[in-house]
Design a protein around this ligand. Structure first.
Ligand code: ZN
Length: 176
């Protein structure tokens, strides 16, 4: 997860299948975003869906009354953030690759991103709020950066210790 991923040269069936697989994994988790390196593929591919869904913390907090929520998947091939706002926001983030860990991360509150869609067409998007945060988090993944890398050294050390402890406990239970 610490490696910079390679750009996609050609959008073939293999890439399309991979994107489908990534969406499935993300919805199953459930999560709001996933990058290819998280399923062991070193390619510049990200998928996102920030619409409220059952199982997501935000859904439970903000949308208790709403019944049907349509999925709104966003797929990006070779995404490139071309601009970020000076204005910043702090919000809690988690990551499917670091289960059980949440931390407040400060990031630009809006950004512009350039990418290719599934049909290989060039697209631009100006994102704000949760989507902007998600795009930045997932773009970090394909550049080998994790959300905990944005934290102060002290905070990061605490989290790394927690992860190590979790791994140790996991190993112990599998040994039993
Ligand atoms: Zn992540």
């Amino acid at each position: 997860l610490k490696k910079k991923c390679d750009p996609v040269e050609e959008i073939n069936d293999e890439i399309k299948q991979l994107l489908d697989e990534m969406l499935k994994t993300m919805y199953k988790a459930p999560g709001i975003g996933l990058a290819a390196p998280q399923i062991g593929i070193s390619k510049r591919l990200i998928v996102m869906d920030v619409s409220p869904r059952p199982g997501l913390k935000r859904y439970q907090e903000e949308n208790k009354e709403k019944e049907e929520i349509k999925p709104n998947p966003i797929l990006m091939i070779n995404p490139e953030i071309t601009w970020v706002s000076k204005e910043k926001d702090t919000d809690e983030e988690g990551c499917l690759s670091i289960p059980g860990i949440m931390a407040n991360v400060t990031r630009p509150s809006s950004c512009k991103v350039k990418y290719l869609n599934k049909n290989g067409e060039s697209r631009k998007l100006h994102a704000e709020g949760l989507l902007a945060r998600c795009i930045q988090h997932e773009s970090d993944h394909i550049n080998g950066v994790l959300f905990i890398d944005h934290l102060s050294k002290t905070k990061k050390d605490i989290i790394l210790r927690k992860i190590k402890k979790q791994q140790k406990e996991k190993e112990e239970t599998t040994q039993k």
